[in-house]
Design a protein around this ligand. Sequence first.
Ligand code: SME
Length: 150
Amino acid sequence: MLDSLRPQVLSILNEKSKSVDTRLGEICELLKSNVPYYDWVGFYFKNGDKQELKLGPYAGAPTDHTIIPFGKGICGQVALSNQNFVVPDVSAQDNYIACSITVKAEIVVPLFVNGENVGQIDIDSNTPDPFTAEDERFLEFINQEVAKIL
Ligand code: SME
């Protein structure tokens, strides 16, 4: 099911007449509207030389958390760990930044350019424990393809 979206991901990223942010926003909308348990989809990127993440394109409700210091929340931890972080139950996490009370689970996958962790894709779900290895492989694929246009 997720893999069937890969061709659309590639065609969006290939729309060279559009800005990178526009294309990333379209990826977020594609995922949010096609995957029933993806309720908020966004990209965060390292904010210049600062040890913090800045919100990039996203689909879903606006969030107050447009800047996240490295180490804070799930996103800030991934900025330091360089590892995927799958959270089946956000209420079981001490170091978690709540964006909406409806969110039950979260997945964050780092985005590497030339081996450097420059950002991440972050997905919130209102469904408990929805993410599998298939989501991880799919989101890794997206980030690898996004890295080619950054
Ligand atoms: N929950 C995230 C914050 C970002 S929002 O989900 C959009 C975290 O703990 O880092």
